[in-house]
Design a protein around this ligand. Structure first.
Ligand SMILES: Cc1ncc(C[n+]2csc(CCOP(=O)(O)OP(=O)(O)O)c2C)c(N)n1
Length: 645
């Protein structure tokens, strides 16, 4: 077990090891507990990093939910889960919380294997309503009408199609489902779209807010109406809302009973409201207004996007502590962000598309320079892809930037809407490969495998910044069809990266070094691990060849024929899953052409990889520089011999 430092705890927090302890408090003590919980989160996240603003924003909600509901019997589902730090601390993981996101420590997201209080594994947005509804219907079918099912979802996550699908289904199921809409007007970047405007309208309607109190009065006296209580309350509530919000309360039109908006930072009030709602059957939604970063002034006043996951910072001043070591090569995402602007200045058809990862993809730079050609479509990967396809039919050239793991959401759209119609859409898959501390939900493990089998799709991965620029340049040349470029999280390798553009030949790799013992074929950034390993091979007098293949599809068959004829043994390396990935493509080529060279494949094994630093995980998965050296030594030792002459 990893070492974890002790952090100071306030008087109330000290007494709380699980929600049962919390429920012993007087409701008037909840405010004090929230302060202590907030301090504890600030103390630890300021030193260890992680998600920040969202967890501070739901401190009161978290305390009130565990205070009122009978967790873990009642099922509490957090959407995304980046806001669940307070939940982790209150549910038996207080002392371990300082190991959050560290290898061997707590996961940064709720995880069923970690705690019974984590009812559903999350990390990707907008799943909570569907999951909680599934639980609610299962409870009902088991004859259990008592268990409560609560989904806590942010306004950003509410923009995804799956959230609507969940609401749409829940509206015709009479289950104990409570959706808490945690509305802070932010996704990671400011929330976008018509729903956001609608929520703002409700939240700022003074007339409605006044009348809302009347509704609560009715609900407060609910028992006085005897058996007709629910009907009476519903009538009053419905009349007031319909008059004041027009005919169309979005949630009510989906058969949800809508309550709120309420101040999500008044723990006592939130608890009282939740207590009332507990007695109301059927699907309900409680609209809570909160602020990201609440209670930590630099985050409240500063840029909310920065404080979403700020890294380590000085908790007294709020100053972000940057690693001030020598000049580093740029992040791949920034090379993308700058290069697309350069290209778009010349090619007027280029547009940038992101599903809610404007800053994370560095497309925010283009949004500033070319707001009319940059689209943040909300947390809506499927829509981002089909929207790009639509644009492409009209001659636009979308660069649709989606993190590799989030692209999993939009698979059919890629096949059906883009590839089948052979449309010119460039998919830039950021965070391809192991991403580090975000862990299993966020690793970009599968994209090489799942894109490689799609007809018409070009699958490429740059080994460095220059390659990324040249691939982007090549992709925007006329009629390339669907073209994917995947690159990892983090920094490249070139300080001077603004190299002139050069057209690349599709499906052609690069010989980095000739050799005569073994050929190493790399795809993308791990080629740099091979270059590092060459220093050792040189010292050892080993002459190992290295090819940066650049494309997993189409393969550089001419080169592969030469390689298979010349070398007995081949090692492949990729920052992706071994099943069906780049190494598999090489094996398929060999099978199709009757080559029987010995092949060792390095990459992500067939299991889900937990969190750790990228360096730790590359090591654990055995495709870092050390593993390459070891593999070469093993191959030489056991003399993997070609079965063809
Ligand atoms: C499918 C998917 N796309 C993108 C993300 C990246 N992401 C993580 S949190 C977040 C914003 C969520 O906004 P909201 O639900 O309003 O929660 P808040 O952070 O405002 O509390 C995004 C876009 C994700 N986790 N999953």
């Amino acid at each position: 077990m990893i070492k974890n430092k002790k952090y100071p705890q306030g008087e109330l927090l000290r007494q709380i090891n699980n929600p049962e302890d919390l429920r012993k408090l007087n409701i008037n003590q909840l405010g004090q507990l929230c302060k202590e919980l907030r301090n504890y989160i600030v103390d630890i996240v300021s030193e260890k990093g992680g998600h920040f603003g969202a967890s501070l924003g739901v401190v009161e909600l978290t305390v009130a939910l565990h205070y009122i509901f009978n967790t873990p019997k009642d099922q509490l589902v957090w959407d995304v889960g980046h806001q669940a730090y307070g939940h982790k601390i209150l549910t038996g993981r207080k002392e371990q919380f300082s190991t959050n996101r560290i290898k061997g420590g707590l996961s940064g997201f709720p995880k069923r294997s970690e705690s019974v209080y984590d009812t559903f594994g999350v990390g990707h947005a907008s799943t909570s309503i569907s999951a909680a509804l599934g639980m609610a219907i299962a409870s009902k079918s088991n004859g259990d009408q008592k268990t409560q099912h609560i989904a806590v979802i942010g306004d950003g996550s509410m923009t995804a199609g799956i959230a609507f699908e969940g609401l749409n289904h829940a509206g015709v199921e009479n289950t104990n489902l409570l959706v808490i809409l945690n509305d802070n007007c932010m996704s990671i970047d400011p929330a976008v779209g018509a729903l956001k405007e609608y929520l703002t309208d409700i939240s700022t309607s003074k007339t409605y807010n006044k009348a809302r109190n009347k509704i609560w009065k009715v609900l407060g006296k609910i028992s006085q109406f005897g058996p007709n209580a629910q009907a009476v309350a519903k009538k009053v509530e419905g009349a007031v809302k319909t008059t004041l919000l027009g005919e169309s309360n979005y949630f009510e039109s989906l058969n949800f009973r809508y309550f709120g908006p309420i101040d999500g930072h008044d723990a006592k009030h939130v608890a009282e409201v939740l207590k009332d709602l507990k007695d109301i059957p059927g699907p309900k939604i409680l609209h809570c207004l909160t602020k990201k970063g609440k209670g930590f002034s630099p985050a409240e006043k500063g840029d909310s996007t920065t404080w979403h996951a700020p890294g380590v910072f000085d908790k007294e001043t709020g100053e972000l502590i940057k690693n001030k070591t020598k000049q580093k090569p740029p992040k791949y995402q920034d090379v993308f962000g700058e290069t697309i602007i350069e290209l778009a200045k010349v090619n007027e058809n280029i547009v940038g598309v992101t599903p809610a990862m404007l800053t994370g993809s560095s497309l925010n730079k283009m949004m500033i320079e070319m707001p009319n050609r940059t689209y943040d479509v909300g947390i809506a990967e499927q829509h981002a892809v089909t929207f790009s396809a639509g644009m492409a039919t009209q001659g636009k050239l979308p660069f649709c930037n989606i993190y590799s793991s989030f692209m999993q959401r939009a698979y059919d759209q890629v096949i059906h809407d883009v590839a089948l119609q052979n449309l010119n859409v460039v998919f830039c898959l950021d965070r391809g490969g192991l991403v580090g501390a975000d862990g299993a939900t966020h690793h970009g493990a599968f994209d090489i495998a799942f894109f490689r089998c799609i007809p018409n799709m070009i699958v490429s991965a740059p080994m460095n910044e220059q390659d990324l620029r040249n691939l982007m340049y090549t992709a925007q040349l006329a009629n390339q069809g669907p073209f994917s470029i995947r690159y990892p999280r983090g920094n490249g390798v070139m300080i001077d990266w603004k190299t002139p553009f050069k057209e690349l030949n599709i499906g052609i790799g690069e010989k980095i070094k000739d050799g005569d013992d073994i050929a190493i074929l790399s795809l993308g950034h791990p080629g740099n691990f091979v270059i590092k390993a060459q220093e050792t091979f040189e010292k050892e007098g080993l002459n190992i060849a290295h090819y940066d293949m650049r494309f997993a599809k189409p393969l550089d068959e001419k080169k592969l024929h030469k390689i298979c004829k010349k070398f007995n043994s081949i090692i492949t390396i990729e920052d992706g899953c071994l099943q069906g990935g780049f190494g598999s493509a090489i094996l398929e080529f060999m099978a199709n052409n009757n080559y029987r060279n010995a092949v060792k494949r390095l990459g992500i094994p067939d299991k889900f990889i937990n969190h750790g630093t990228q360096t730790e995980l590359h090591h654990d998965c055995e495709y870092d520089t050390k593993a390459i050296i070891k593999s070469v030594h093993e191959v030489l030792k056991c003399g993997m011999v070609s079965q063809v002459g």
